[in-house]
Design a protein around this ligand. Sequence first.
Ligand SMILES: [Zn+2]
Length: 282
Amino acid sequence: MKLQLFNIANFKVDGGAMFGVVPKVLWSRVYSSDSNNLIVLTLRSLVAETNDHVILVDTGWGDKQDEKFFRHVHLHGGEGLIQGLSNRGYKPEDITDVVLTHLHADHCGGGVKKKDKSNSYELTFPLATYHVSRTQWEWALKNNVREEDAFLEENIFPIGQSGQLNLVDEEGELFPGFSVRICYGHTPGLMIPEIKYKGKTLVYTGDLIPTVAHIPIIWNMSYDIESLKTIEEKEKLLKEALEGGNILIFQHDEHVECCTLEMTPKGIRAKEKFRFSEINFK
Ligand SMILES: [Zn+2]
């Protein structure tokens, strides 16, 4: 398998919301914020190429909403979705599968684009199957007041109407060497890809462990729908990753792409932090 990681863009969110009940005096020691208390997050996507598939994991915000919407998001930097793929030799038509960890706007928005200058929409990856867990799909369609700013119709309906949606019912292998675990705390049906690569298991922790600072089990986002479930799911994932010598990949960490784990008196923590390109040498 050929595996590549790239950052679509950086954006900003409120640091307090990102660290939930953790006081700022503590989180500000490990993650810096600006004068408005905003912190910078990345949108790292994975591209996995197997014999028969080119799989893209998550698609960033996309560009369908208006200027006012994006003013709050503070998009800056990164390679861009299409350009980042192009930099690695892929055209949108080359992508056979899009795996969406979940349907929050910063993860799935880039999968749907405006058709020319009209107000209708089409899939950004015209030949791809879009994989979403059945639980997340049904949850997002029902929507709810807590997540209504995150589940946007224009990001979701066109996928359903395309006939290219595959609903994932169970955990396990989606492609050879590429499996998903399904979590419920951040949002029901969050898929966490686990990939066999160079003799290691890589875990793309998505919104379950968005940054290296979220490894301590009670350091969680206030966006989570059920914190106790997040805690349980993180504990299980971290324990398995520690035992298996797995490498974690962070989707949202401004500085840290990957880490290994170790047990400390305080619990499981990051051991070595390194760039994705350094995995070859581990
Ligand atoms: Zn999310």
